[in-house]
Design a protein around this ligand. Structure first.
Ligand SMILES: Cc1cc2nc3c(=O)[nH]c(=O)nc-3n(C[C@H](O)[C@H](O)[C@H](O)COP(=O)(O)O)c2cc1C
Ligand SMILES: [Fe+2]
Ligand SMILES: [Fe+2]
Length: 407
């Protein structure tokens, strides 16, 4: 399969990879494709490239249809090297091309491929770009499935280029879903479960952004181009990512606070949890019996324990509560948080105790190895309760909610 027209002046210039590709700790038994697209307008534009292993082949192949020097733009929706990997090979030949990406994408691409001297055009939600005879519109879709991701919409041709979103891992050789010679719906769902479902709330945000677009064709970067039943695939993502009110998970947010700072942090985390679609049961240990707290924790799907630091230690009833946790079933996500002034030992004491109980303690190690997210959000250790700190607390609540939703 080579250089196929998918619309007026738009060609698929990708690569079919028939190997059993190792990917995110799985083997893609059916292989995959890396779909790259060439828009042959007055300012010729490439949208996403192919895997890093095929850079040279990709550029040689592209040369059969266009002189790379005439490329005006290279749009990178997502920086993972299965799509941006051929960028250095392409950019070295496409000397005049401006690289179009999100602000976070720019930082990552520059570092990954040492593109310090290249011209970048950073686009934000709703920005448009005239590529000479066609308009591209961009939408930021963070965490689908990494932080910098965006999607590109070709306005006149009504084509959505969502990169990893709406993809399928199949090394198909017919390109369009209506030509598929075997069922692929299950593979489409498996892909969603593997790559997108850990970020369910963000799928909902993405659907809201694309819902008003007239989409004739979805041209993702793995597997089939979806050209019939397009609405059904969007509806699938919508349905799969919804969280119904009956099965809304719950997180117990248990804390001790001397002057109210840790209480404020707990409240901000609760707001983040609600945003992710998870309910928060906030408990100030001072006001509730141990039996009642343990009951709430037993019935919750996750646990956040907070304490400020008082003379190098935890505050109030925090320690006896943590000791009592050994009486109830663990095996759920848990994390520590708290306010401090200068040393903040209590947050680590809480975390260490949680680790002994058998809860799945969420810390930076966990976030990187289970979610591919490189942050230091947990344990959430905040100096006093500043505005910035409370914003981080809300972010942490949302991140924890997502973990609970997909545990
Ligand atoms: C009696 C007392 C002892 C404290 N000891 C420590 C300490 O050892 N290390 C530290 O980092 N902060 C210490 N702090 C600062 C508090 O942890 C900080 O003010 C925090 O924001 C209080 O949060 P809270 O209102 O939730 O209790 C101490 C504060 C007080 C009042
Ligand atoms: Fe990806
Ligand atoms: Fe991908």
């Amino acid at each position: 399969m080579k250089n196929i027209d998918i619309a007026n002046k738009i060609k698929w210039v990708g690569k079919v990879d028939n190997r059993k590709v190792p990917f995110h700790r799985l083997i893609l038994e059916k292989g995959t494709t890396y779909n790259s697209y060439l828009l042959m307008t007055e300012k010729p534009t490439v949208i996403d490239t192919v895997d890093i292993e095929f850079g040279k082949e990709y550029v040689e192949n592209l040369r059969e249809v266009i002189d790379p020097e005439s490329l005006a733009y290279i749009v990178i929706n997502h920086v993972e090297p299965d799509h941006s990997g051929a960028l250095p090979a392409l950019a070295s030949k496409a000397k005049n091309a401006v690289i179009v990406t999100s602000s976070k994408g720019e930082v990552l691409l520059k570092e990954m491929y040492r593109l310090y001297n290249r011209e970048f055009l950073v686009v934000k939600d709703g920005d448009t770009l005239d590529i000479g005879g066609a308009t591209l519109k961009f939408f930021e879709t963070p965490y689908l499935h990494t932080e910098e991701t965006m999607v590109t919409y070709a306005v006149e041709e009504k084509i959505l280029f969502p990169c990893d979103i709406f993809s399928t891992h199949i090394a198909n050789d017919v390109l369009f879903n209506d030509l598929a010679n075997e069922p692929y719906e299950e593979d489409f769902k498996t892909y969603y479960d593997l790559i997108m479902s850990p970020h369910r709330p963000y799928v909902q945000d993405m659907i809201k952004k694309i819902n008003n677009l007239d989409i004739r064709l979805i041209a993702p970067s793995h597997g089939y181009i979806l050209r019939n039943n397009v609405k059904d695939f969007i509806n699938n993502y919508d349905q799969w990512s919804r969280i119904s009110s009956e099965n809304k998970p719950r997180v117990a947010l248990v804390y001790s606070s001397m002057t109210g700072n840790t209480a404020k942090i707990a409240k901000a985390m609760a707001q983040g949890l609600e945003k992710s679609g998870v309910e928060a049961a906030i408990i100030n240990l001072k006001n509730v019996s141990e039996e009642e707290v343990l009951n709430t924790v037993t019935n919750a799907d996750g646990l956040l324990v907070g304490s400020s630091t008082r003379y190098g230690d935890m505050v109030g009833k925090t320690e006896s509560f943590l000791d009592a946790l050994s009486e109830i079933p663990a095996k759920r996500p848990a994390a520590a948080f708290g306010s401090y002034g200068w040393s903040g030992e209590a947050i680590f004491h809480v975390e260490n105790k949680l680790k002994k109980t058998g809860f799945n303690v969420v810390d930076s190690n966990y976030l990187i190895s289970h979610r591919g997210v490189d942050t230091n959000l947990f344990p959430l250790r905040l100096r006093f309760a500043t505005e910035d700190g409370l914003r981080l607390a809300e972010e942490a609540g949302r991140a924890f909610g997502e973990i609970v939703l997909t545990q």
